[in-house]
Ligand binder design. Structure first.
Ligand SMILES: [Zn+2]
Length: 302
């Protein structure tokens, strides 16, 4: 495809991304355009620019089977950090939590392989799990994928409902599971585990890094407040607290305001995402040699 046509396509896609959002078909079209640029074309600076622009557009979208959901990196990371994995595993294990093992977490029988002695560890503070027996490991999204067969964006959506950053749908198919997890989060058992985690981390602070005690304090205050907020919410079915950091769909200008992952920030710093093509060209010429990995396709979300 000639440069002019490619450029026209890109500006159409960008406009669409900023207004109504891109569809799954758009995603594949972008991917095809990207793969249509061959090595020979890359000798031409115009195609190099087009390639970077395509990659940057692709980085902005996530999709799942029902189409594009347009969650941004900020939401993905926010939910990953705040949506605690421990009460969810606790609920799935029928509150039958194994033993606490040293500085890192709790052991239970692995849900993914059969065993008699627990080797599945939930690292509470780090919000991740790993199994010494079968090698499964990951964060809260991985857990939902492995346990409930949820796709990535489905898991984000689900967790946002569990933690009450988003209302359930009228015909919520995961309603029972959401309630089950919410009960675990506000249970006295989980608060007790969270308290123990807090004490442990504070001791660690005192021993090794006294300067981090404020951070630890904030971390736990934040989690206990979240539980209080949820208790309030469960008492009132209409209650929902939309945390401003959880930016659900991004449209129009929000896309630039909301995508602040380090990667995107860096691109924005270099003004590659939204600049005038002529300026972009100049900027790129300045950057190409000094940042050869900038257009690394491995950074794409899929
Ligand atoms: Zn296992």
């Amino acid at each position: 495809m000639p440069v002019e046509e490619m450029n026209k396509k890109i500006s159409e896609f960008r406009h669409k991304a900023l207004t109504e959002g891109l569809t799954k078909e758009d995603y594949y079209e972008l991917k095809n355009l990207l793969s249509s640029i061959n090595d020979k074309m890359l000798n031409d600076i115009n195609y190099q620019i087009i390639r970077l622009q395509l990659i940057n557009l692709l980085k902005l979208i996530y999709f799942h089977k029902d189409g594009v959901l347009n969650y941004n990196n900020k939401t993905v990371n926010y939910v990953k950090k705040r949506a605690l994995i421990l009460p969810i595993v606790l609920a799935d294990a029928d509150f039958n939590f194994g033993r606490f093992t040293g500085p890192n977490g709790y052991m239970i029988l692995c849900p993914y392989h059969s065993e008699k002695t627990p080797s599945f560890r939930v690292k509470d503070y780090e919000n991740i799990f790993n199994c010494f027996g079968c090698g499964s490991s990951g964060n809260v999204y991985d857990y939902l994928k492995l346990t409930h067969n949820m796709e990535f964006l489905e898991a984000i959506d689900f967790l946002m409902k569990v933690y009450m950053w988003k209302k359930e749908d009228a015909d919520e198919k995961n309603h029972d599971l959401i309630i089950k997890y919410q009960k675990a989060i506000i249970s006295p058992e989980f608060s007790e585990l969270l308290k123990r985690c807090q004490e442990r981390m504070q001791r660690k602070d005192l021993d090794f890094m006294p300067h981090s005690s404020t951070l630890t304090k904030d971390f736990f205050n934040d989690r206990f407040l979240m539980i209080e907020r949820m208790k309030k919410g469960l008492a009132d079915p209409d209650y929902i607290e939309r945390d401003p950091a959880v930016n659900i769909k991004f449209t129009s200008k929000e896309v630039w305001a909301a995508t602040d992952s380090t990667e995107i920030k860096e691109l924005r710093r270099k003004r590659i995402l939204a600049m005038d093509p002529e300026e972009f060209r100049k900027e790129l010429n300045r950057n190409l040699k000094s940042n050869p990995e900038e257009d690394d396709e491995s950074l794409l979300p899929f």
